[in-house]
Ligand binder design. Sequence first.
Ligand SMILES: [Zn+2]
Length: 208
Amino acid sequence: MSSFLPESLQKVIDEFSRLPGIGPKSAQRLAMHLLHSPEMRVEGLARAIADSKKGLKFCQECFNIAESDICKICEDHQRNKRQICVVEEILDVIALERTKQLRGVYHVLHGVLSPIDGIGPDQLKMSELISRVEELIKTRINPGEVEIIIATNPSLEGETTAMYITKLLKVLGVKVTRIGRGLPAGGDLDYADEMTLTRALQGRLEYI
Ligand SMILES: [Zn+2]
């Protein structure tokens, strides 16, 4: 804590320090950067931050971020609705979209199974995934034509979650695949570069 700093500047530093991946030193550096930036730029940034949550919600279909009830990906008729890629977080959707490899749609779980942290299936968008697949089969599609790509992180929790989902989906007769190895074990999907992610997607294996 640098007590000689004006309170307003200290407040900015404190707020920055709360952001993920930003330590106290980076927070100070960012605050100083703003101090030297033209007022217009700073105001633009403040407005963008303030507006970022307005009017945003989760897609009713896939729980990705959306401006209306359905997100842009689910809305897109070019997307293959029979291929659903299951991810932990919205950041993973962003990472996978960058690869331009996936022509299917997503399902964001908003977390992973983690008994230690008290996170069970009910805390995730798990039952929503199952009903979504059930609905898909009910409407018009042969279960064999449905592929669920599980793209949870290659961590212990990610693998546990993948196994859990597979068990539930296999009984429905759909094809369940897991993105391939090559992703750093224990790492986060959204930290992987595009080449690694592309290889992981192409090298996906079916659960049997
Ligand atoms: Zn959606």
